[in-house]
Design a protein around this ligand. Sequence first.
Ligand code: ADP
Ligand code: ASP
Ligand code: MG
Length: 435
Amino acid sequence: MKVCKFGGTSMATAESILKIKNILNSDKTRKLVVVSAPGKRFKTDNKITDLLYAAYKEKLTYGVPGAALEEVCDRFEILARDLNLDIDIRSYIEEIETGLIESNNSDYIASRGEYLSARIMSKVLNFTFIDAGDIIKFRYDGSFDSELTRDLVSELKDIKGGAIIPGFYGRMPDKTIKTFSRGGSDVTGAIIAAGVNATLYENWTDVNGFMACDPNIVTNPKWIEVLSYQELRELSYMGANVLHPDSIFPIYDIGIPIIIKNTFNPTALGTQILKNVDGFDRPVITGIAGKKSNTVITLTKSMMNSELGFGRKVLSVLERNGVSFEHIPTGIDAMSIVVSNQLSESLKQKIHDDIKGAVNPDTFDISTTLSLIAIVGHGMANRKGTAAKICTALYNADINIRMIDQGSSEMNVIVGVEDADYSKSINALYDAFFK
Ligand code: ADP
Ligand code: ASP
Ligand code: MG
């Protein structure tokens, strides 16, 4: 049995939905199907999930959701009309509006794009609709309940015909809806694949597979034939959003293979993501990914290096404020902490005050314009010349490196550059390693 997940662009128009139908009809082992909410139909279009979050904001501001929820209704009505479906979208939207007003839960409304997508697909395919809330379970504390979920999902093994499951969300014991983080339908697909011990998890999107770089930044980057689970995690965590980085956890132990496929070009080979990539002839560098606008907190204090407990005190401040860090490059009298999420002004002020109280630094600075770029590959960080090649490529492109980290993982080297240099850096690194 194969599990297939179709992403936002695959769900965006009637035309793309009919492509999904053909894909499923061409292979009857594609029995369990996870869908995302419709994404953008064109560059300036809205993603349904973004509209639903906007509807939540409208509700907070005006007491009821307004134009954003109307747009969601229009989008699904257009799909239903173009697909000739007998489905009353308006009454679903009214149900959602009531549900939002009663629950006041942003996860609830955000999840409704996937819910409606699955309702539509169940009609198009004549597949059984299975509500993700009935099989994807979270505990009271919000953590994912993998044991209960596995038991519930495993019952789908014996399903007659096909089943369609909305991605992105599940339910807590008190029936509250909870979502994964953005892009989380990929995670739902992986959970379903693990629960039924699928032979393959097919992740259908809008590109011919994983490329060595984001095709929005580098023109026509090289296609990657095969990636290891770990490389996938490194690349997707560092910004290659083809597949959610958490998609690996559910399938890790069983080692279910994943393939990234293109709904709009189904005969393209796609990229395999495997637990074990031994035997494949692969380049040393697999790919490059990055993310912009990371926050860096920099402290200086003379004699910092000999002050016992300095680092621990600073990190405790972050912990108390619920902020996790990515890297801590240090100098003799300086320490920088790279934080991937954006911090609100009030949180920045609070961290400043708390750090001042804890270690009284000579200087304190928070900048929010650091791009992190990861060069990922097997065993590359220990290979002679990698760092030199990175530095030379960036130097030749006239880019200042603000940070370099090649210590912690032998699978990647990470460089930090100013946001303004982001695209130029990725292109320079791509040219150095792949051309
Ligand atoms: P879906 O809606 O199907 O889940 P996503 O938008 O989440 O699709 O992911 C696919 C997109 O990821 C591509 O359209 C592409 O713009 C982007 N992307 C970023 N990095 C890469 C990469 N290295 N290779 C291929 N696509 C990439
Ligand atoms: N619709 C959700 C999002 O936009 C989940 C997903 O597409 O995977 O993040
Ligand atoms: Mg996605």
